[in-house]
Design a protein around this ligand. Sequence first.
Ligand code: KIV
Ligand code: ZN
Length: 385
Amino acid sequence: MRTIDIFDTTLRDGEQSAGINLNTAEKLEIARQLERFGATVIEAGFPASSPGDFEAVEKIASIVKNSTVTGLARAMKSDIDTSWEALRVAQQPHIHIFLATSPIHMEYKLKKSPEQVVDIAVEAVKYAKKYFPLVQWSAEDAFRSDPEFLVQIINKVIQAGATTINIPDTVGYATPQEYGALFKFLKENVTGIDRVKLSAHCHNDLGMAVANSIAAIENGADQVEGTINGIGERAGNAALEEIAVALHIRKDFYKIDTGVNLQEIKRTSQLVSRLTGVAIQPNKAVVGKNAFAHESGIHQDGMLKNRETYEIITPELIGETVAPLSLGKHSGRHAFKDRAISMGFDLTDEQINEAFAQFKKLADRKKEITEEDLFVLFTGKQIES
Ligand code: KIV
Ligand code: ZN
């Protein structure tokens, strides 16, 4: 079994989503839950960005013990100093420094030449090493950067003391094959790459963040970054619960351990949704309301015979209490009878047939058949007999 670190950035990249604004108490509550979830690293915020972020990072760093706590910093001495003030209380101080390496970012955003960018990155990492034993360096917009330039700058930041190198697909432009190939290329061409952790950070603009993260793992990534429920800038980040469950369900194939406590997934997802106010789409993989809802009669019948016919993930795996099969107009007689039994009714076949006919009429009119509706239907038949 190979181990992959889970770097959670719900409180930093996730909190950067439009409309999210968490206060310190809420961030603390989420950080505690992320610790239970089993995140290897929790990015608690961006200390130099605001006094509120500083306060939250410092509090989280002083409380969380089972995950490494980090904070984001630009490649600037002042950001690194501020980050140290916030993170010095942490058990294992870790800083995450980023600097863009793509031609478009270097020319238009940074207004620096590639040579200047190399110098700034090296200086920042060296400076951070004065304080931090663990220094992660991110090549922002790495996927749109020149791979040869990435090799050159990564070689230098490793020599300067970086302990993790992160390769973000900042704008979610990569496909799995290409992103995986970039990791393979870096593994083969960067000197000393095996002395550091190589990390994947994917955005979901083309809906491929999770697939790209898995491709990176297949090609040598030691760490994947993402957020709970996939929240984040624009279309969001890779959803960590999806990555963890995918690697678990396909563990015979991948042979990878993430250390995630899968039983905490549902609780973590619900907490993040409640505190951020970002609803989870019903059909979202793993944590959506419908992720375990079987609607068609044929599927419900199969499920009643053997759950594995239509269920590759059990709700119990992620700590969800098992909901009974939802009954609606597509449901079959088998599921209907099964529910009558589980609700304590002992009806004859004839009673079931009559109740089922009435149920079908009702289901044509009503989108959702409630427990109360079923109770009325089943009781009516029992009283008549
Ligand atoms: O997407 C990105 O490039 C980032 C960096 C700050 C790591 O979030
Ligand atoms: Zn990001």
